[in-house]
Ligand binder design. Structure first.
Ligand code: SAM
Length: 362
């Protein structure tokens, strides 16, 4: 009788079905985000046998969230601080949400607030009142009760800043009021965006019954043990321009610690008050091949799943050859994809239409 009941009861995570809750995960405008590829990614991942997964280059956190929603034990990792705050807020966090009383406390005027952001970024990004809002909320964030609450507040700020910033990147100075095209995202103040973003991220907090983690390490220094599957979505050496995440998102990286973390010292001579680039071997022709080989060697005991797109270097054939050194069975899944990303407007459309691959090594 009991075995019959087990057989007919729906399980918490239906293995092959696309988890509905992923649809509620907010799309962050983030370079190289796999948000729109999640259903396809799910199709491929659902064929593999694994119960724990490491997302080495987690970025906006959407793939980690898919894995969490599939009932896996997830480690979301990125070498930048702001993606790892997103990971803390929605992957590691099992249940804490920002309640009305937390938001009221965060918005209270704090007389002992610093004015670092306003002093540094006035005339560079946003309006002065937006900047004062950021200084003030940052003075209140430490009073939140847990690191999950704090990470949620920071995550909501990150989304707010991306939405309010023209094109979502911090490469060019200019306040949003200059763009009088009526776009709602540019019209709302940062405070209004913040309250909306809190609601959006609150909604996606859930406990999948596993102890998930968010970490901030270099890909080649993460602990290798305990991951049945390793998903890798590194930056690729671009054919044109560059793909530096700090160049585009320096403001978010600084904001995630109120510019307190080592490596977030402002370069005052720069027009947009940047912080120093973070070196990654995946972004340069001279070091990429060796970095891929080191990455696959490191995680050779796990299933390997690599996202790759046809506009990157090294080419598909080379990546397959490198993975074959470590894995007996290597399979390639592919489909068309069009990246919708701000800077692509400036390049030929053909560059934004790419073939997207998943290279799976078992
Ligand atoms: C293509 S994005 C990942 C996008 C992510 N899968 C998503 O859907 O949002 C690449 C990420 O790798 C991170 N990264 C670059 N080099 C790294 C390294 N050496 N170690 C860890 N993370 C790195 C970047 O900060 C960036 O967030």
């Amino acid at each position: 009788m009991s075995s019959l009941r087990t057989a007919v009861q729906p399980t918490l995570f239906e293995l092959d079905e696309y988890p509905e809750r992923v649809e509620a995960f907010p799309q962050l405008r983030y370079m190289g985000s796999k948000y729109r590829l999640l259903p396809w990614l799910h199709e491929v991942l659902a064929q593999l046998d694994f119960s724990s997964a490491l997302d080495v280059f987690s970025g906006s956190g959407c793939v980690s969230y898919l894995l969490k929603s599939m009932g896996k034990r997830v480690v979301a990792n990125d070498f930048l601080l702001f993606p790892s705050q997103i990971g803390l807020a929605v992957i590691e966090n099992p249940r804490y949400r920002l309640q009305q009383r937390h938001c009221e406390m965060l918005l209270c005027e704090n007389p002992s607030r610093d004015d670092f952001i306003e002093r540094t970024y006035s005339g560079v990004f946003f309006t002065d009142s937006d900047l004062r809002f950021l200084d003030n909320i940052w003075a209140n964030i430490p009073s939140l009760p847990t690191r999950y609450h704090r990470a949620l507040a920071i995550t909501a700020l990150i989304r707010s800043c991306v939405k309010r910033q023209p094109r979502g990147v911090f490469t060019v100075a200019g306040d949003p009021d200059r763009y009088k095209d009526g776009r709602r995202d540019l019209r709302l103040s940062l405070q209004e965006h913040f309250l909306e973003s809190v609601a959006v991220y609150n909604r996606v907090v859930f406990d999948n019954g596993e102890s998930n983690r968010s970490t901030q390490h270099d890909a080649l220094e993460i602990d290798v043990a305990g991951h049945d599957l390793v998903y890798m979505d590194p930056p690729y050496v671009p054919r044109a321009d560059d793909n530096c995440y700090i160049k585009r998102y320096h403001f978010l990286e600084g904001l995630a610690s109120y510019w307190q973390e080592p490596g977030t010292e402002i370069m005052h001579e720069t027009k947009v008050k940047k912080i120093p680039k973070r070196f990654t071997p995946f972004s340069y022709r001279r070091s990429a091949l060796e970095a891929f080989n080191a990455l696959f060697t490191r995680f050779r005991k796990s299933h390997l799943v690599l996202s790759y797109s046809s506009n990157g270097y090294p080419d598909l054939k080379t990546l397959i050859e490198i993975m074959r050194r470590h894995k007996r069975r290597v399979k390639v899944h592919e489909r068309d994809h069009r990246y919708h990303f701000g800077t692509h407007r400036n390049v030929k459309q053909s560059r934004a239409d790419v073939r997207e691959y998943l290279i799976v090594g078992e």
